[in-house]
Design a protein. Sequence first.
Length: 530
Amino acid sequence: MSESSQNIFSKHCQNDECSNNRVRGRGYLTKMIQQTHHFGNIQLLPSNIDSSKKIMDQCIYNNEVKPIRSTYIPPEPDENDESIYETGINYGINFDKFNDIEVKVSGKNVPKIVESFETCNAILMENIKKCKFMKPTPIQKYTIPIILSGKDLMAAAQTGSGKTVAFVLPILQKLLMEPHPIVKDIDHCEPQVIIMAPTRELAVQIKSVVLKLSRGTMISSLVCYGGTLVSHQKNQILKGCHILVATPGRLNEFVQHGLISFASVRIFVLDEVDRMLEIESKSDVDKILDHSSMPSVMNRQTIMVSATLPDSIQELAKFYLNRNYLFLAVGIVSSASKDIKQNFYLVNKFKKRKHLINILQQNSEGTIIFVNTKWMADFLATYLCEKNIPSTSIHGDRLQSYREEALSEFSNRKKNVLVATTVASRGLDIKYVNHVINYDMPQEIEEYIHRIGRTGRLGNTGIATSFFDIEHDYHLVEPIIKTLSSASQEIPYWLLKLGQEAKDKSVDDDQYGGTDIRIKSNKFDENEEW
C-alpha cells in the first residue's frame, strides 16, 4: 500500500473536488479520530477497528453509555409529475426478448394470464403510461391475475424483471375495486397492506413505486425505516394509511409501542424473501407474523417474491402461506440476465486497486463497485476521489441521511461511482447503471447474481466485471462456471482449468428455487403444474 488509509482520509478532507463526498458514517469518524477518540464533549467508542466488525452505534455522554438516536427527517416526495416519473429504468433494446423466457407455475386453479395493462383502473392506466410501461413483463403477466384472484403466491424471477410492479399494481387495483376507509384513532393505525423489505433503500424505492402508480387515487401510503427521527415517523403513522412499506426493525418497534396494529391487514408482502428469512432476520419476521393482531393465514393474502428461492427458504416460507398457494418461477431463477456481459479477471488482493483504476480511467460513469466490508467502501471511495474519479459510498454504518444523499448523487450522475456493500445489492432500480464491479467477490453465488443484477435491467444491456482471487474465492469456481454457462457467456480458460472441467455446465435450476418443493415431494398431482 503506497499510502496509509489514514493519510488518504486526511487528504480527502482537504480535497476541494471531493468536498461534497465526505464519507461521514460512524466508521469513517471513528477512523478519523482514532488517535484521540474525542469529538467535542462526546467520546466515541473506538470499538474494533477491524472492518469486518460492526462499529457500535453508541456514544458516551457524561460517562453514560446511550444509543445514538437519529434526528434525520427524510424530505417529502416532490409533487411535480416530471420529478416523480423521471426516476426508474425505462425498457431497453432487448425488452421483447422477455417473451422467450420460460415460465413455470404450479398449484391449483391458476388464473389466465394478462397480455396488457388495459384491464387496470383508469387512473392506474394513466399512471402506467406516465411510467412508460408499454406492456407487462412475464412475471407481471402471471402475478397480476394471481394476486387479483386472492391466492397466496411464492414467486421467483431473475433480477431486473419487474417484480416490484408485479405485486404493487394488482394490490392497488384490489384496493380500488374493494375500497375500505383508513383505520386509525388517536394512538394507533391499522394498515390494510404491509410490504416488508430487508433494507432501508429498498423500502424507500418500493414506496416510490407505490406513489407513482397510486397518484391521483384515494390510496394513502407511508414508509417507515430505521435511521430516521422516530417522532417524525410516529406522527406520520398516526395519520393512517392503506399501504405501509417497512423494514422489520422499525416496524417491530412501532408494533411493540402499540402504534401499529395488524387487525385490518388484508395483504402481506415479503420482498426479497430469501434475505428476510435468513437466520439473523427470521426472528423479526416471526414477531410480526405471529403477533396477536395479525390475521391468520386463512384470513389474509400473503405474497413472497425474490430472485432466488432455494429449497431451504421454500420450506420456511410455506408455513406463512395458505397451503394451496401458487408457485411461480420465471426464467432460470438462479441465472444472471443474458443482457449482462460478465467478465472475470484473475487478480490477487494486492493488485486490485491498480486494475480498478485502469478500468475506471477508460470509463467510470454509472459504475457500482461492491466490496465486502464497510471500511473498504469508505476507503475505496476516498481513494478514487484522490485519483480524480468522483465517487461516494453506501453501507450500513453510514448515517441514513448520508446513505440517501449518496444514492441521490449517484442516481443524478453527480458522482460517477458508488462503492457499496451488500446493502445496495438487493432490488434497487437505479438509472444509468452501466457497469457493476465486484472488487471483492461475495461468499455465495446468490449474492453475486443479486449484485450484478443492478445493471442489465428490463432489457437494457450492462457489464459486470469481477476480480477473482484464488486464495479467497476458490469455493465459487464451479458455481461461477455454471452461472456463466447458463447465461451463454464465454468462460475464461483459467476458470475452466480451476473447475477441472466441471461435468454439468448448466445451472441446476432446482438448487436456487426454480422448482416448487411440493412437486419434488409429490404433495399434489404434477398434472396440475401448468
